[in-house]
Design a protein around this ligand. Structure first.
Ligand SMILES: [Zn+2]
Length: 306
């Protein structure tokens, strides 16, 4: 896209946000970045956009009317003020002190990442609960959309929102059980994993015990990262928090839990099912041992090829 067209498009977006910005001004900023500094177009666009948002205090919110209630699948451009009625499908681990919560929202049309910054000072949302989020701003990064909460955002609990079924099924061998699996402690304030007994945000904490597994399953074509929460970990390994604590205490080493989980899962075949979050992690909702059907034709071909 030419700088001129890009500037025109951005001017339109600003005017939707209630700001009148001269096109020539946008054009010259873009021209400097794209043509002189060789910044990629998309990055230049973001840079200029963010600068105006800051300078013009566009964060104050939509002028006049309320942000329209939108379905997740209809989020197709960034910098828009919208409202969502959605369920918090998952809260992700987050080590940045500037971010209070990050995770995934879902409605009956899809899922989208959300970010809430600590400075917005909003109440924390809970996994599995549904809310009406008013005044979110859409954003995008490398073609993927997200929504950001801000100071004007309101979060009101609502009845359960049905989430589109976007489950993926993979049958394969567990080829890796990653460190960080097993018995962990979480910050009671923000749910982050404690490192050496401390939360990045809330300092030294006693913490609450949790169990989880991060692993990789490979179906012979591709590797898929999977996550098992406490409940799934128990279903598959028979280890619950109580058992894990006893194991760790007896051995005077929490790593025994990790070793045992590894022994149970590594190299075994399973069928796992669940939503793939943020295009990376499959959150396991169901996991069954799989009998592997040996594909004789494929094996014969491989042998013939030697
Ligand atoms: Zn914390």
């Amino acid at each position: 896209m030419m700088v001129k067209e890009l500037a025109k498009e951005m001017r339109k977006k600003f005017s939707e946000l209630g700001a009148d910005v001269p096109q020539k001004e946008i054009e010259s900023k873009l021209d400097l970045l794209v043509n002189q500094y060789r910044v990629p177009e998309e990055e230049a666009r973001r840079t200029v956009f963010n600068q105006y948002v800051r300078d013009l205090k566009l964060q104050r919110g939509p002028q006049g009317s309320e942000s329209p209630l939108t379905k997740i699948k209809d989020i197709t451009s960034d910098g828009r003020w919208i409202s969502l009625k959605a369920k918090v499908i998952q809260l992700w681990e987050n080590e940045k002190a500037s971010i209070s919560q990050i995770g995934l929202l879902g409605d009956d049309t899809g899922t989208i990442k959300f970010v809430c910054f600590a400075k917005s000072d909003l109440p924390l949302v809970e996994e599995g609960k549904s809310y009406i989020f008013k005044n979110l701003v859409t954003d995008s990064w490398q073609g993927r959309f997200s929504v950001k909460m801000n100071k004007t955002t309101t979060v009101v609990p609502t009845e359960d929102v049905e989430v589109a079924n976007n489950d993926t099924t993979v049958t394969g061998a567990v080829v890796d059980v990653q460190s960080g699996s097993g018995l962990v402690k979480r910050c009671p304030e923000c749910n982050r994993i404690l490192v050496k007994g401390a939360c990045v945000d809330h300092g030294k904490q006693d913490g609450e015990y949790d169990l989880r597994v991060k692993a990789v399953i490979d179906d012979g074509r591709a590797a898929q990262d999977i996550i098992l929460n406490q409940e799934m970990t128990y279903k598959v390994t028979g280890i619950d928090v109580k058992v894990a604590k006893k194991m760790a205490m007896d051995a005077v080493d929490p790593a025994v839990v990790y070793d045992e989980i590894k022994r149970i899962l590594l190299g075994k075949y399973f069928t796992v099912k669940g939503p793939v979050l943020g295009s990376r992690y499959l959150l396991v909702k169901d996991m069954q041992p799989a009998r592997v059907q040996l594909d004789l034709n494929a094996i014969v071909k491989k042998v013939e090829g030697i």
